[in-house]
Structures are given as structure tokens and as C-alpha cells.
Design a protein around this ligand. Structure first.
Ligand code: UN1
Length: 519
């Protein structure tokens, strides 16, 4: 039996469905409706931003250590509901249950990190160039944060924004992906109840992309949004960046990736094969950190490629409640887009990992498939060997179970290939040579580098974010996100009783620059 989900603005459920109704469907069993979703429209978004604005000052007046305690309670409530939330995430996104539990763990990790930040949120005391004068810095909340997130991580990635934004004294309008509305509403309820949040501090708007953009435009014009956080495609990120720029704001953008994995001649080949399998096909390749292209040294390409071919053929694919490597695509939109990416395969490519491509069906079967392929949006994995620099498949992000493979002869050539698509989110190198690892780190454009590890699976307290087409340089997680959700304010306090003019009334000691030591 499905539930019905609505937006929540100023503590009240929004009546009706001004933006129409959609269904959130289980992609592993498309006949199963997880939730009926009543969408809001641009007006709903603008109203939510006004509610957040009205609630912001008193939320910022709650002492930061008390807000930290609220974050602690949020974490404990999420933990107490971990299995339920993970089951919902699996039902809505089709990600394997073990991964869904890991995703919930990432929310708890995020709360665990920021609960202490409530007692830290340090400013500085700074010496003045004048006597009897003191300088200070304070972190102040930005104001109202509008957070727009994707559905591939329907609860963990949102928590990277919501938890620190609230901790820092901001109020929030959150617009999650409509196809993962039930998971979003569950997280919203857990944070609200767990934190004891007053009405209007956290608002949930369910809406489609165009209504959201129109609502965000209106809210910015109304002066009711001070910071935008966005996780999604580079194309939409660029539109959001333009809009924010017109209001002199710099958004926090977490965008696409074409994440390379370089396998050097000293690599542990079996380890690299297992990482390529997980990075490329875990979550059906639908992470922003998923592997894009393997760049393997020519001297080991034969062995690596044949082992990868076998590993992909043997990997368990199917029902996400069983112990599979991956389940279905997130929803029909992602399945359709994936079919389009498959048209980028060219005659000069050589396909590995499967005898078939496209949708897994009884007529296009995958040996060992777990469950009923006809029930869901399941796709064959594919490794495309022989990709070249000017192939669309080499240059563009392909969200889904597909990876490219090419070879190189020297490390600088591998790094040039790794950087060529112009993204810069995650990257990986397999090597036993420290010099190779540090050379790679120095010249790769990616914001995140794994040595002998998957391109995906970043921990929740290291800076997360990318460069070039993957973002605008903002970083999430750990203390780095504090620079997104606070602004530095400086204060000087002169208690000398006179007007001391900086740079003009400053005393200077007289140096003797002619002094020399005896020979
Ligand atoms: C994303 O796909 O938007 O590092 C984020 C990882 C996860 C987060 C992915 N912890 O793969």
C-alpha cells in the first residue's frame, strides 16, 4: 500500500497539488507504487523561502551548542530508524539494501561530526596594530539556504547540506528529487522530530525541475534565499550558477563526473579488477563518483582486461533485496537516458563483460540474473574497450552500468587522458609506486583522488567536491562546508578612549639595516 507525500512549508502540509501528482515507483518492481506525490509549484517554493526567512533570526539566536545537541538527537533518531529508512531507500531507488544501509550510516556519520561543531564554530581573537584595541572574527549564518538534491543518494547527500546548514544557524528550503519523495519525506520527518525543530526552520518542497527553477528565481528576487546548494547535472548546475551570479551569490555546486581509474604496471591486478567492478557497476553506475574510464598500462592490459571481463560476467545482478552488485536503474527517466548512451557505442569499440547490451529481459537474458528481469528496469553491464579521445563515450558522463577502457604507455599520457573530458570530481590510481601516486595527485584535475581504492565511497568528513565541469570549487563535508554556510564577520574594538587611525597612528620601531656581523 502506497502512502501519499506532500510538501511541508512553515510546519504545515501543503494542501492540494498545485504542481500536479506523480507516483514514486519501485524500479525493481515497476508495478509497485511506493508513494503518491502531490507536487507544489513555483509559488510553493517562494512561500517556503518566505517561511524560512521568517524563522531564521530566532533559529540563529538558539546558541550554537544547543543547535549541536539538536544535531546529536537527529543522528540518534536516524540510527534508531536505520533499517526502515534503508528499506525505503531500496524500494524507491533500487539500490542494494547493503548500500542503502551504508547511505543511512553516512547521515549518522555526518550528524556525529557536526554535533561537536556546535561547541566549536570557532572565531578568532586577532592582535591589533594599535594599543588598547582588539580584533575578532565571528562565523555568522548565511541566512536562508535553498538545497536542491538528486535522487541517487536520496538521504545521505541531502544530509551533507541540511545538517551543517542548520547547525550554522541557517533555515532551509529543501527540494529533493521527485522520484525519491518518500525517502526525502522520511529524512525530513526524522530531522524535524529528532532536532525538535521549530516550524519554518526546515521546509520541504516537492516540485518538478522547471517549477523549482521558477520558484527559486522568484525567491531570489524576493530576497528570501541567501545560498543555493545543488547536486545534479553539470548542465543544470551551470543554469543555477548563472541565476545565482545575477544575485551576486556563489552557490555550492556538486555536479557530474567522468572519473578515471589509472592502472599502472606495478598495480595489484586482482585488487584493481575488484575496484573497477565496484566503482563502475555498484549503484548501477549511478553515482557522481562512479568510474567513467579505465586507463590501463599496455603491458598489463591483456591480463587486466580478461580478468575484468570474467568478473563482470560473473557479477550478481538483479533484485536489490538479494546480495547483488547492482539492481535496476533509478527510474524510467534514467533508463531512457542510459539507452541513449548505448547509442554512443561505435564499430571501432570492442564490448566486454556481457554478451548482450540494453535491457535485461527473457529474450535478452543475463546468465545468473537474480529475480524476474521483466519486473524492473534492469540493464546489462558493459565494458567498452578501445575508446578514443574524441569519442562521445570517452568525453561525456554516462550515468549507468557502462565503463570505457583504453591503454597508455607512460604516466603523463595516462594523466592527459584522465583529464581530457574536462570534469574533475573523483579519480583513482592503482600502483605500488609512491612516486607514481604523488605524480598523479599533482597533475590530476580531480578534487578527490583514491590510491588503490574505488573512485566512489568517499568518507563523510573529508572535503567532497570537484573542479572544472564537476563544480565551482565549493567543497562539502567536514569543516570545509562551514565556509559555505557561514560568512566571516570581523569586529574591531578600540577601548583607548582616543580615535586611533589605522595605518596612520601606528608606532614603528626603528631598524638599523646597516648592521653587519664581523668577518
Ligand atoms: C553522489 O553520487 O552524488 O563517494 C555522491 C561516494 C558517496 C557519495 C556519492 N559517498 O560515492
Amino acid at each position: 500500500m502506497s502512502t501519499s507525500i506532500t510538501s511541508v512549508v512553515g510546519g504545515l502540509e501543503v494542501p492540494g497539488a498545485p504542481g500536479g501528482c506523480v507516483q514514486s515507483v519501485n524500479p525493481a518492481r515497476v508495478s509497485e507504487v511506493v508513494a503518491e506525490v502531490a507536487l507544489g509549484d513555483a509559488g510553493t517554493f517562494a512561500a517556503a523561502a518566505r517561511a524560512a526567512r521568517a524563522a531564521q533570526r530566532s533559529w540563529a539566536d538558539v546558541p550554537a551548542p544547543v543547535r549541536g545537541r539538536a544535531v546529536a538527537h537527529m543522528g540518534r533518531l536516524v540510527e534508531a530508524n536505520a533499517e526502515r529508512l534503508a528499506r525505503l531507500v531500496t524500494a524507491e531507488t533500487g539500490k542494494p539494501y547493503a548500500e542503502a544501509l551504508g547511505e543511512v550510516r553516512e547521515i549518522v556519520d555526518t550528524c556525529d561530526f557536526f554535533l561537536g561543531e556546535g561547541r566549536r564554530l570557532y572565531g578568532q581573537t586577532v592582535p591589533s596594530e594599535m594599543p588598547d584595541k582588539q580584533l575578532f572574527t565571528f562565523r555568522t549564518p548565511v541566512g536562508v539556504a535553498a538545497v536542491i538534491t538528486a535522487g541517487n543518494f536520496p538521504v545521505a547527500v541531502p544530509s551533507w547540506y541540511l545538517v551543517p546548514a542548520l547547525l550554522c544557524g541557517n533555515t532551509v528550503v529543501w527540494k529533493p528529487a521527485d522520484y525519491a519523495s518518500a525517502s526525502a519525506r522520511a529524512l525530513f520527518d526524522l530531522l524535524g522530530h529528532g532536532g525538535g525543530l521549530p516550524a519554518g526552520v526546515l521546509n520541504l518542497v516537492l516540485a518538478d525541475g522547471e517549477q523549482t527553477f521558477a520558484g527559486l528565481t522568484r525567491a531570489l528576487q524576493d530576497g528570501c534565499v541567501d545560498k543555493i546548494g545543488f547536486t545534479g547535472s553539470s548542465t543544470v548546475g551551470a543554469r543555477i550558477g548563472e541565476l545565482a551570479g545575477r544575485h551576486l551569490q556563489s552557490p555550492c555546486l556538486e555536479l557530474g563526473g567522468k572519473n578515471p581509474m589509472v592502472i599502472t604496471p606495478t598495480a595489484d591486478i586482482d585488487l584493481a579488477v575488484s575496484a573497477a567492478l565496484f566503482s563502475g557497476f555498484g549503484t548501477a553506475g549511478q553515482r557522481c563518483t562512479s568510474l567513467g574510464t579505465i586507463i590501463v598500462h599496455a603491458s598489463i592490459a591483456g591480463e587486466f582486461t580478461s580478468k575484468l571481463d570474467t568478473a563482470v560476467r560473473q557479477a550478481p545482478v538483479g533484485d536489490p533485496s538479494a546480495g547483488v552488485l547492482y539492481g535496476p536503474m533509478l527510474n524510467q527517466r534514467f533508463a531512457d537516458r542510459f539507452e541513449h548512451y548505448l547509442t554512443w557505442i561505435q564499430p571501432h569499440h570492442h564490448l566486454l563483460g556481457s554478451d548482450h547490451t540494453g535491457r535485461i529481459t527473457t529474450r535478452n537474458p543475463r546468465p545468473g540474473f537474480i529475480g524476474d528481469p521483466a519486473a524492473g528496469l534492469y540493464y546489462h553491464p558493459v565494458v567498452v574497450a578501445g575508446v578514443r579521445q574524441d569519442d562521445t563515450l570517452f568525453r561525456e558522463e554516462t550515468f549507468g552500468p557502462i565503463i570505457g577502457l583504453t591503454t597508455y604507455h607512460d604516466l603523463d599520457e595516462a594523466i592527459t587522458l584522465a583529464n581530457a573530458p574536462g570534469y574533475g570530481l573523483s579519480s583513482s590510481i592503482y600502483t605500488r609506486d609512491a612516486a607514481d601516486a604523488f605524480h598523479f595527485r599533482r597533475h590530476i584535475t580531480a578534487g578527490m583522488i583514491s590510491v588503490n581504492n574505488s573512485t566512489s565511497g568517499a568518507e563523510a568528513h573529508l572535503p567532497f567536491g570537484g573542479n572544472a565541469k564537476s563544480g565551482n570549487g565549493s567543497r562539502q563535508s567536514g569543516t570545509w562546508i562551514l565556509d559555505q554556510f557561514t560568512r566571516w564577520q570581523s569586529m574591531n574594538w578600540d577601548y583607548s578612549g582616543t580615535l586611533q587611525k589605522a595605518q596612520m597612528d601606528t608606532t614603528e620601531l626603528t631598524p638599523d639595516q646597516s648592521f653587519r656581523l664581523d668577518d
